[in-house]
Design a protein around this ligand. Structure first.
Ligand code: HEC
Ligand code: HEC
Length: 436
């Protein structure tokens, strides 16, 4: 939750992105990272024999899924649905460990929950994170860490493992597993494909050829930074990477923004099940004292990096939205037209929507009467945790939203400049759309 003025951000972005990532050629991976690379693409390292890290984190899709499912299928028979949308693995190498009071990196806003991996920050390092999918029964579904080590020992890259971790690399199964997790971490840290800094924005920030933003993109950057309209920078921007390199488009913070429930996730057919992020249930240690007791960590999820966001097809921790435009419209009208995003209870659907009833929401039929059940994916006791910053400042239904149609179109154009050169946009820009 950072406050940063429009002038400040333009300057900060320039300075931040000038240093650091300069175009040195591909450097050779360390032996450990070479092991990690083999593992990353090895489908044998799954209970099904059909799934590797790359199945969900496809390098051709900015290390995110190739399909547009809200959650992926995995498990021993590749038929178990996951609980959360798959994040991109790009630009994660400089993530600090989770802290309830992470020192704010920009020196402006108060410390709060921040850092860590996964949507709830429950893994402190990339190595700790790698353990989760390898053993999760909905994902790679290995029976145990010893099971993984057995597969590594039988793999054709076992000699490489010995080279990286010593001739006695397999003597102790726990050590061998810990080293395997470190290998995956080394690969993600060392291989440039995970942090190419090759977007148009990077060229822009580095004053390089091809980096001139169009008028539409420039206006979009202003909306992104303007605390009175988009205000995106307040959560999705940090002055500089922790290593002093480019802007990461996240400040690593956690907020509750009330993303609507996704009925398409099988786990949600249990109406008592709520994924509440930092307070659990996947993350332990911050659980409410009783099921209906208020707890300030409930409903908080990580504000993810917006780099490569225009390549994504499933958005938010539960993948409930499927286009960037829809996400931006949610930010704009969650409060002013909540009936577009949350179910109406006790009303009657109109036989035909009024002309002008928008079709871009999650709810596409109009109701007479009834009451909108806002924040339908968190227990009522946790609703006070909802963040109150713009663009979702709790303004009254029916009042004017903070962004104009032009603001939102420009914002989409700006976010498109955050895509790496090797990626394709999920929705191809209409010719001329982001020019003037
Ligand atoms: C079945 C799909 C699937 C597979 C296979 C998979 N992941 Fe993931 N990955 C996810 C999901 C879903 C999340 C978000 C988890 C959460 O928030 O609880 C995630 C999160 C991550 C993160 C944290 C990213 C962030 O933004 O904090 C890392 C790192 C990661 N995965 C690495 C790996 C590695 C390494 C492998 C292989 C060992 C792997 N994943 C295999 C689905 C998958
Ligand atoms: C109060 C902090 C805050 C502000 C302000 C904010 N965001 Fe977010 N953003 C978040 C959080 C937290 C999430 C994850 C929420 C979740 O999944 O439950 C998120 C998620 C997203 C996602 C989904 C990314 C993905 O990989 O699934 C997009 C896109 C996004 N924000 C764009 C924006 C834009 C554009 C703006 C400005 C109009 C904005 N955000 C303003 C906190 C914020």
């Amino acid at each position: 939750m950072r406050a940063l003025g429009a002038a400040g951000i333009a300057g900060a972005m320039l300075v931040a992105a000038c240093s650091g990532n300069g175009g040195s050629g591909p450097s050779a991976l360390s032996p450990a990272a070479q092991v990690g690379q083999k593992m990353f693409f090895d489908k044998n390292l799954s209970g099904s024999g059909a799934m590797s890290c790359a199945s969900c984190h496809d390098p051709a899709h900015a290390h995110a899924p190739a399909n547009d499912l809200s959650v992926q299928l995995g498990g021993p028979h590749m038929d178990r649905a996951g609980l959360r949308a798959v994040p991109s693995l790009r630009y994660k190498d400089v993530t600090p460990a989770y802290a309830d009071l992470l020192d704010n990196p920009d020196g402006i806003s108060v410390p709060g929950p921040g850092g860590g991996f996964a949507w709830d920050g429950r893994a402190d390092t990339l190595a700790a994170q790698a353990r989760i999918p390898l053993l999760d029964a909905r994902e790679m579904a290995n029976a145990s860490s010893a099971d993984v080590v057995k597969k590594l020992r039988a793999s054709d890259y076992a000699p490489l493992i010995a080279k990286a971790f010593g001739a006695r690399a397999f003597d102790d199964s726990d050590t061998a597993f810990a080293n395997a997790l470190l290998a995956l971490q080394a690969y993600q840290r060392e291989d440039k494909s995970f942090h190419p800094y090759s977007s148009k924005f990077d060229l822009h920030a580095g004053n390089k050829v091809g980096g001139a933003l169009t008028p539409a993109e420039t206006r979009g950057l202003k909306v992104f930074a303007n605390p009175a309209t988009g205000n995106c920078a307040s959560c999705h921007y940090q002055g500089a990477g922790l290593d002093g390199s480019s802007a990461l488009f996240t400040d690593f913070s956690y907020e509750a923004i009330g993303v609507p429930r996704n009925a398409g996730i099988p786990a949600n057919s249990d109406l008592q099940y709520f994924d509440m992020g930092v307070c659990g249930p996947l993350r332990t240690g911050h659980a409410p004292a009783a099921p209906d007791a208020a707890n300030r960590f409930c409903g908080m999820f990580k504000a993810p990096t917006l780099r490569n966001v225009a390549t994504r097809t499933a958005f938010f921790h539960n993948g409930v939205m499927h286009s960037l435009e829809q996400v931006i419209r949610f930010y704009n009208t969650r409060d002013t037209q909540p009936e577009l995003w949350y179910p109406t209870v006790g009303g009657t659907p109109k036989p035909k929507n009024d002309p002008g009833f928008p079709g871009y929401g999650l709810i596409t039929s109009q109701y007479t009467g009834g009451k909108v059940r806002k924040y339908d994916d968190m227990p009522a006791a946790q609703v006070p945790n909802i963040d109150t910053q713009l663009p979702m400042d709790g303004r009254a239904p029916g009042s004017a939203p903070p962004m104009s149609e032009q603001d939102m179109a420009d914002l989409v154009c700006f976010l498109g400049t955050l895509s790496d050169a090797d990626t394709k946009p999920a929705v191809p820009a209409k010719p001329g759309a982001c020019v003037d």
